[in-house]
Design a protein around this ligand. Sequence first.
Ligand SMILES: NC(=O)c1ccc[n+]([C@@H]2O[C@H](COP(=O)([O-])OP(=O)(O)OC[C@H]3O[C@@H](n4cnc5c(N)ncnc54)[C@H](OP(=O)(O)O)[C@@H]3O)[C@@H](O)[C@H]2O)c1
Length: 261
Amino acid sequence: MKKITIIGGGNLGSAIANGLIESGLPPEQLTITRRSISALEKFKNIGVHITNNNKEAVAKSEIILLCVKPHKTEIILNEIVSKINNQIIISTVTGINIETLQSFFPKNKNIFRAMPNTAVAIKESMTCISTNSTDNLAINYVKKMFKNLGEVIMIEDSLMASATVLAASGIAFALRYTRAAMQGGIEIGFSSEIAQKISAQTMKGAASLVLMEGNHPESEIDKVTTPQGITITGLNKMEHEGLSSAIVQGILASQKKIKNL
Ligand SMILES: NC(=O)c1ccc[n+]([C@@H]2O[C@H](COP(=O)([O-])OP(=O)(O)OC[C@H]3O[C@@H](n4cnc5c(N)ncnc54)[C@H](OP(=O)(O)O)[C@@H]3O)[C@@H](O)[C@H]2O)c1
């Protein structure tokens, strides 16, 4: 099993670390870095190496996962460049494309971008991956690594911003629907805890019907909309209030924002 370093053990880096360990990576194969290493105590306690020395961590690893904020990326890449040979480099950083990453490491042939979402922590991520690597062994290794953390799709690098919106921001969009359903649920009689359970499990069930049966959402909707019935009455009211339009416009607004970063 290859040694992995996660540079930037924040929200995403920690979620990936949890997912990797849960999927069987021995903790001693993993190093996590950040400046305030006291925040990584829980990983240290289970045998993960923790350090604030990025260069040292990179030199000892075969896979490097970059999980830092975009504005920190250039400084960190310059810091580690002397320790990079042909390790597999996977960047999760929003807005920095393969071409730019490659310019830091011109000789490296294994540069990847991965756009997971925070469901990596429970191995339910939707991760989009892009690369210019032609090394099938490396490509399959990276795919398998993220397949252990959920679902994986290979996409063109030019679609990475769209993947960020639909999959990474998408977690927040889906959760806001869940919260709204809870608010409605409370108004029609449920306690907050029970409304949460019903709304979240219903969302999970609806998603599973689409994923497992491969059906278009509208064909599943047809199954629950009786003519002049309760569901179509509620659904049409939601549409009159702009449900689908609000979601599409929100996605387009996020896309516009990310393109202008
Ligand atoms: N969160 C998501 O759902 C998600 C999804 C897909 C992609 N992304 C991308 O993933 C990246 C990280 O996002 P995040 O939400 O995890 O941010 P975050 O929680 O702020 O984590 C970034 C981490 O980087 C560490 N860091 C800063 N400077 C460092 C340095 N010089 N060396 C090592 N570590 C350093 C920070 O810790 P210290 O301050 O202690 O150093 C912090 O814990 C971003 O580029 C984001 O766009 C996020």
